[in-house]
Design a protein around this ligand. Sequence first.
Ligand code: FEO
Length: 384
Amino acid sequence: MNSVTDDIIYTGVDDNKLDMFEGQYPAPDGMTYNSYVIKDEKIAVMDTADVGFTSEWLENIKSALGERQPDYLIIHHMEPDHSASLSAFCDMYPKTNIIANSKAFAMIDSFYGSGICKNRVIVSNGETLSLGKHTLRFIFAPMVHWPEVMVSYDETDKILFSADAFGRFGASGAQGLWEDEARRYYIGIVGKYGVQVQALLKAVSSLEVKIICPLHGPVLRDDIGKYIEKYDIWSSYKAEESGTVIAYTSVYGNTKNAAELLCGELRQRGEKAVCYDLSRTDMSFVVAEAFKYDRLILATTTYNADIFPFMRQFIDHLTERNFQKRTVGFIENGSWAPMASKVMRGLLEKSRDITYLDEVVTIRSSVNEQNKQQLSHMADALCE
Ligand code: FEO
C-alpha cells in the first residue's frame, strides 16, 4: 500500500470497469475512490469507497491498521462514491466514532437509514480534532460538490484532504496531464459552483499546503500552487489559453465543411483552433474545451424550426455551468429558412460578458464562394 507520509497511508481503490461516472461522464481510464488512514495516537480513516469496492476497501483498511482499531471515520462528502461502504465499516468497527457535519448525517439517514452509525460526532466549521501528533481542522466547503462537503487540513503535515476538489478522472497509473482530466471533471461536476469554489480557495489561501489528498485521482505533491491556480482560473470562468473551439453539427457534411474551412483559416494564421463534431464527440470533452479556450464558434443547421438537438444540448451544458467571459460567433445552415444563429444567441442570452462576432456566416445548403470569403473574414475577426 502507498504511503502519503510516514504515518498517512493511502487506502483507496481503483475502478477499472467504470463506463460512465455519475451516469454521464465517460471514464476511459477508470476512476479512483480515494481513502486515507492517519496512524497516530488515535487513528482516523478518511472516507469510504463506492459500493462495488467495499470488500477491497475494507481489506485495505485492515491492512493499514494491523492490529489496531480506528478511533474515527471522517466523512468529507456523502456522495455514494465515497460513502457507500459506510454501513459495512460500522458493522466491522462498531465502536468507531463517525465524524461529519449535521448535513452529512441527515444525508446518511436518507441514503442508508437512520439505524446505521450509532457513534456520531457532529463537527462545526473551523473545529479541530487532535489525533496526537496530528491536528485536523475541518473547513466546510458547501457545493464543492454537494452542500455537506467539508475538507480537512492537517496542521502538522500541511496536508489538505480536499474531498472532490482537485480530483480527476482516471484510475491510478492513468497517463496524460492531470489538468486535462481534472478540467473535464471539474467543469462537468462543479463548474456551476464557481462562487463556492472561490470561497473554498479563499478559506485555504492563508494555509500552507504541501500535499493535496483528493477523493479522486493522484495525491498532489509538487508545485501545489499550479493546481490551486488552475482551480482559481476555472472557478472564476477565465480562459486558460488563447484559441478557438469550433463546435458543429452537420447532417450531410456541409456545415462540417464550413467548420473545417474556418479551422484551416485560423491555423493558416498561426492561431490555435480545434474542431469537434457534437454528434460524435462526448459532450463532456467539448464542454471542457469550450471552458479552456477564449473563443467559441457554434455551427449548426436549422432543424424543426429550431437547431440540431446536439447543439441545443451542448449550449445547455455550457449555460448551466455559467459559461461566460468568451468571444462567440455563429455559423448557421438552412436550406429554406435559416434561423439557427437567432436560436443559439437566444439560448446564450443570460450568459454574462459574451462578446459576439458581428458577422454571422449563413450557408444555404452548401458552402459557396461568398461563404468562403465570409469564413475568411470570420477568421480575421477571431484574430483581432
Ligand atoms: Fe466524488 Fe461528489 O463525489
